[in-house]
Design a protein around this ligand. Structure first.
Ligand code: HEC
Ligand code: HEC
Ligand code: HEC
Ligand code: HEC
Ligand code: HEC
Ligand code: HEC
Length: 413
């Protein structure tokens, strides 16, 4: 009898664990949308060309799915097959796609599944939620967490029923049994609970500690509702017109009131598409331009005296700790990295939010994966050896890591 009981216990435990791990595997391993946001969204959108081409209905453009999967893992390998589409695709942009050797078959499948579903959905209406915004993580995790919990509770109840039945049958057969231990004093249950609490607590604590001081998704309310979508998106004003510092040195700079007034002496009202803030409240663009005039000390109809202007106190969104050295020009000019790769689709944002977490892992991973653009790039003439190795075919590309991009002192003062 005890033997049978032991086996049921073991079976139930194993079943719960198995189900739990199966479910969490599904939640963490194959969520196509999350994988896409993490790995691809910095360069690709479904309906629009970014650094890489729009991926709407991409499967239909490739001669076979295998070749497409090969491309996603390592585009060099797909080009090497000589497939004309892959060879042509290689030159779509001067930028090169990353390689993703660590994505499993299931991962790639999940990503392609997501692309397919998203292709079928109608193109986003302008003004609707920002495309490429970080996917809300955690909601599916929560559901699966609850499911696992429910299964665990059922397992406990079954165990309890089982032991009660045993007691009944023992009584019937006249076997004297020891007073059963109530489950809250049962050592096995206490041990199991302790282990679970320890693992969950440890995970949450270390995750929280690492994220201290980081502010991904930070989106403060600014003194003026200034929309990048209106300026950089609809009106196609070049980022460098206002953030010229990004091409010249360390800081990208925020433009002064004078830069705004170059245009807004003439543009005194807003007649574009309706504007909404992050809470969905409608914004009156013309009233916001009046706020700008207040800062500028400008009264319509009178000549403007720039010396009366006071600076607009924009709230800084991106902020690295002081011990980190980051240089925009090094990335934008020498590295030819698009602003959007690090900052997301700013030209679609009503209000700017922080797209990347700016963690050390984020910097280092990109340096490991990104190839330096050697060809016709004067910045790299010093790396004579690498140039020769590439020419002689000893090496097919040089990553930022190879030129020292993961050495501590390059990023830390
Ligand atoms: C660093 C930017 C970057 C990232 C990240 C990136 N790609 Fe690309 N991708 C490109 C570029 C650029 C091209 C065009 C080829 C070229 O010019 O080399 C491309 C081309 C493609 C193509 C061919 C498109 C077509 O129209 O046939 C597919 C498919 C693709 N990428 C899928 C992905 C997937 C899936 C991911 C994420 C796992 C991803 N890419 C991540 C930059 C990127
Ligand atoms: C007409 C001027 C103008 C143009 C053009 C412009 N910006 Fe901005 N940008 C601003 C102003 C003003 C702010 C500060 C207010 C805010 O955060 O929204 C800002 C803020 C930002 C920030 C956040 C800065 C912080 O506080 O951390 C980023 C990132 C940014 N811009 C990137 C871009 C990119 C990328 C483009 C091109 C697609 C662009 N901007 C085009 C004026 C401009
Ligand atoms: C190169 C010209 C140009 C510059 C520089 C410029 N704007 Fe604009 N701005 C425009 C245009 C064009 C519109 C849209 C007008 C319309 O659609 O009716 C606009 C609209 C606006 C609006 C109303 C829509 C919204 O985004 O809320 C505000 C407020 C505004 N600008 C503030 C600013 C501020 C602040 C600066 C300086 C950081 C600035 N602009 C710099 C051209 C410019
Ligand atoms: C390689 C990633 C990367 C690229 C590419 C990049 N940025 Fe940044 N950007 C950052 C980081 C990191 C910060 C935070 C810097 C800090 O706190 O010192 C930042 C900060 C900013 C700021 C806030 C002001 C400042 O300099 O601290 C603006 C504005 C900005 N970036 C605009 C741009 C524009 C415009 C482009 C394209 C021309 C661009 N960035 C390209 C990573 C990048
Ligand atoms: C999207 C990819 C990307 C991200 C993210 C990125 N970098 Fe880079 N980084 C590059 C590329 C490409 C180069 C090569 C340009 C060059 O050689 O100057 C580079 C070069 C550098 C260099 C010069 C390395 C050398 O050996 O000369 C430093 C320092 C650096 N990055 C710091 C950072 C820091 C700090 C961060 C994070 C806050 C960061 N990078 C995030 C792509 C990236
Ligand atoms: C490509 C740039 C880069 C390189 C290379 C780099 N770091 Fe960092 N490091 C960062 C950034 C960015 C942060 C800030 C992370 C944050 O704010 O969360 C950081 C933070 C740290 C911190 C503070 C703890 C933390 O996570 O905030 C320590 C310690 C550190 N780095 C040590 C090192 C050591 C040791 C090396 C060499 C093995 C190294 N770093 C190489 C970019 C880099």
């Amino acid at each position: 009898m005890t033997k049978i009981r032991l086996n049921t216990t073991r079976f139930l435990l194993i079943a719960t664990l198995f189900l739990g791990s199966f479910i969490s595997n599904k939640a963490f391993g194959q969520d196509g949308k999350a994988l896409f946001s993490q790995n691809c969204a910095s360069c690709h959108a479904i309906n629009k060309d970014l650094t890489g081409p729009a991926l709407k209905d991409v499967e239909s453009r490739w001669s076979s799915k295998e070749l497409l999967v090969t491309w996603i893992r390592n585009w060099n390998a797909a080009v090497a097959t000589g497939d004309p589409y892959a060879v042509k695709m290689k030159d779509w942009s001067p930028a090169a796609m990353n390689t993703f050797p660590s994505l499993s078959d299931a991962d790639v499948d999940a990503i392609l599944g997501y692309i397919k579903t998203a292709s079928a959905a109608p193109a986003p209406v302008p003004g609707a939620a920002v495309e490429g915004a970080p996917a809300a993580e955690g909601d599916s995790t929560l559901v699966f967490g609850i499911l696992t919990l429910v299964l665990a509770v059922i397992a406990l109840i079954l165990l309890q029923v089982n032991s009660n039945l045993k007691k009944l049958s023992d009584e019937k057969e006249g076997v004297v049994s020891l007073e059963p231990v109530p489950f809250w004093r049962n050592k096995t249950y206490i041990a199991m609970l302790t282990v679970v609490l320890f693992v969950v607590g440890g995970y949450l604590t270390s995750k929280g500690a690492i994220a201290l001081g980081r502010s991904k998704d930070y989106q403060p309310e600014q003194p003026i509702y200034y929309s990048h979508k209106v300026h950089a998106g609809v009106n196609q004003i070049n980022c460098l017109y206002c953030h010229g510092g990004a091409a010249e040195g360390k800081h990208a700079n925020i433009p002064s009131v004078n830069v705004c007034m170059n245009c807004h002496m003439a543009i005194n009202e807003y007649n574009g598409e309706k504007l909404y803030d992050a809470d969905g409240k409608e914004i009156d663009g013309t009233a916001e331009i009046q706020k700008l005039y207040k800062y500028a000390g400008y009264e319509q109809g009178k000549p403007w005296d720039p010396s009366k202007a006071k600076p607009i106190e924009w709230i800084k969104i991106h902020n690295l700790p002081d011990h980190v050295y980051f240089n925009h020009a090094q990335h934008v000019v020498a590295g030819k990295v698009a602003c959007q790769t690090c900052h997301g689709e700013i030209q679609n944002m009503g209000e700017v939010y922080q797209f990347s977490d700016l963690s050390m892992g984020w910097c280092v991973n990109c340096h490991r994966e990104t190839k330096v653009q050697f060809k016709d790039n004067g910045f790299y003439s010093i790396y004579e050896k690498y140039h020769n190795d590439i020419k002689s075919g000893k090496m097919d590309a040089v990553t930022v890591e190879k030129i020292g991009g993961t050495e501590c002192q390059k990023c830390h003062y």
